[in-house]
Design a protein. Structure first.
Length: 331
């Protein structure tokens, strides 16, 4: 054996254990904590994975994801968050508000990436938007701050409306989210007063209570319906849209997902974009970025969608001016 062959053989033997260890190195694990159920949010999980892919991570190939769904049972969230901590995940992705609070209470060390419609500073998630500090950062959407805008669009489509029913969120929840909801109510009430409208506030905490709320709407003879964002309402969107159609009640909703199941109009931020951004941030953290160095992302993508098929079914004439402003018209 020549000297060169001997050195090559020796070098290869030394490198083999390193290569073997690299090949069998465990994949990083992302914990996904959500207060809702998996089925209504499946398309958003896909968007989250897309964000991870953009950051260079593909599920089952070089990253694992541990999913924890509370199935709208909020009291399960603390244990689900603690379970992810025991699992020693590399980062926890949490949404919406109560899931974020549960994750924060469970760990001060594991990075947390959130998505929320509540002001994350007033909610105590971060110290500031530009400098989050600690182990938490994420995406801030404005879904609870657009009630007046939605009401204006609804009135433009149905100028004869005089009485509005507004689906608000249940009064249970963290103080910051309730504060945001109250602000949304005040905005809607001020906008309704300026338009000469009467507005009735309704709430529901279960599917049965949604049915009861529609009975109340019929009793009060509301002309139109304004639906505020809520995990419950999003997960029950088919039920709400179906009841509105049954009662021939023109309605505007907070997210495009309602229009996709037959809702008349939606105006709000893009949930798909929000979840994609969560994936990007989770991927950046897996690569070594610190949450404190990642400013909270703020929503810049708003969507106005009109379902023309539903408008025709309700006998509504959508003006050219209104349809021209829509980001998407569903035929």
């Amino acid at each position: 054996m020549t000297r060169r062959e001997f050195i090559t053989l020796l070098g290869g033997a030394a490198a083999w254990p390193l290569a073997a260890r690299a090949q069998h190195a465990p994949m990083p694990v992302v914990g996904f904590l959500h207060s809702g159920s998996s089925e209504p949010y499946a398309h958003l999980v896909t968007a989250f994975r897309q964000g991870l892919n953009e950051a260079g991570y593909v599920e089952h190939r070089n990253v694992a994801i541990e999913y924890r769904w509370a199935e709208t049972q909020q009291d399960r969230l603390p244990e689900l968050a603690a379970d992810l901590v025991r699992r020693r995940v590399a980062v926890i992705v949490a949404t919406p508000g109560r899931a974020i609070l549960a994750a924060k209470a469970a760990t001060a060390d594991i990075p947390i990436v959130f998505a929320t419609g509540t002001d994350p500073v007033s909610a105590g998630f971060v110290a500031s938007l530009n400098r989050p500090s600690g182990n938490v950062t994420g995406v801030y959407t404005f879904i609870t701050a657009l009630a007046a805008k939605r009401l204006g669009l609804l009135r433009e489509l149905v100028p004869t409306a005089r009485r509005v029913a507004m689906f608000a969120t249940p009064t249970t929840g963290d103080a910051a989210f309730i504060g945001n909801l109250e602000a949304a109510k005040e905005d809607a009430q001020a906008a309704a007063a300026a338009m000469g409208l009467t507005i009735d506030m309704l709430s529901a905490s279960t599917s049965r209570e949604i049915d009861a709320a529609f009975a109340t709407i019929a009793h009060k003879r509301a002309d139109v319906l304004l639906v505020n964002p809520s995990p419950l309402y999003i997960s029950r969107r088919v039920q709400i849209v179906s009841l509105a159609m049954r009662d021939r009640l023109p309605a505007i909703y907070p997210l495009r997902e309602f229009a996709e199941v037959g809702g008349l109009m939606t105006y709000g931020t893009s949930q798909r974009d929000e979840y994609r951004k969560m994936g990007v941030y989770a991927g950046r953290i897996l690569k070594g970025a610190k949450p404190a160095d990642l400013p909270v992302e703020q929503s810049t993508k708003f969507e106005f969608i009109i379902n023309l098929q539903t408008a025709r079914a309700l006998g509504l004439d959508v003006s050219h001016s209104l349809s021209a402003r829509a980001d998407e018209v569903i035929e």
